[in-house]
Write a protein that binds this ligand. Sequence first.
Ligand code: SF4
Ligand code: SF4
Ligand code: SF4
Length: 332
Amino acid sequence: MKLFFSTKNITSLRLISQTLFAAFCLVVGFQFYQFYLWATNVSEQVSQRPPAVEAFLPIGALVSLKRLILSGEYDTLHPAGLTIFLAALFLGLFLRKGFCGWICPVGLASNLAEKIGKKMHTLVHVPSWIDLPLLSVKYLLLGFFSWLILWNMNLQELTSFHYSSYNMISDAKMLHFFLEPSLLAGSIMLALLAFSFVVKNMWCRYLCPYGALLGLLAIFSPFQIKRDQHLCIDCKKCEAACPASIKITARRTVRNSECIGCLECLPVCPQKECLQLTLPKKVTPPLLLPTLIISSFLIFWLVARMSGHWQSQVPPETFRHYYQQVQSIGHP
Ligand code: SF4
Ligand code: SF4
Ligand code: SF4
């Protein structure tokens, strides 16, 4: 037991999970690029459009979710996007921000940037008087999108957006944005990249509205990290290991919306049974959380595939027709 839950093993296990999902995303990105080249007549090699690319369309997924609630109609244009969004919400509600801690490739990139920043001595300490206001930015972004979609759009507007040519090519638009960014967009991306080596976990901690939403749901998650203050020797090793910079020693229960359920704080604690993963009134084996996170996510994927909620109903030729207008089609 002790051997299995060494720091190295928890960290390695998480790294393996994150790396596998990141590798999968790279393959999906490459397949989508090939499909894009075929659809825009740059290449003659016919390629399949990978449904998982829709994971990168969270705004469209939010529209689809509200449309699903109001009309009962599942998105047939980007069903995989909605399925992945629902899976992430499920994880947030029941399994902390497990999507961030164990699955999202941007989380892995953020961790890597932090490690490089540490090695290059470029990371700076963000004082709390800056940290706290910055923490609100992602909630403001989430509030803005929620106001725009959940509050403002009625079923007719949602359906009109859903069937718009813009929504049809939103994945191609995204790719085009990264392949040929405007000067302003390119500069912002470069600045964000550079700052990732200076500010720990910058994108996830301060800017990602997706993470903000999962964090709000995670407050209600039954899984929690509990600290026994009588056993704690205040060595702060847990805080040093925490990628989410949570002040673990300031609380007995980590119910923080920033906690990504990574479990990296557990094995570094030198005091036996001082820090533990718990369900209500019950200590639980740490491995249960990542097992449930990864298996639940895969179950969503499997059920969606088997029930026809994964593959888009739009024929490749129709995508092709619209992709060829990627530069001229604007937001409705
Ligand atoms: S905060 Fe956003 S980018 Fe970061 S790991 Fe979570 S979902 Fe991914
Ligand atoms: S409190 Fe523990 S489980 Fe939560 S983010 Fe920090 S290290 Fe990970
Ligand atoms: S690592 Fe354990 S003993 Fe040290 S401060 Fe954290 S909870 Fe307390």
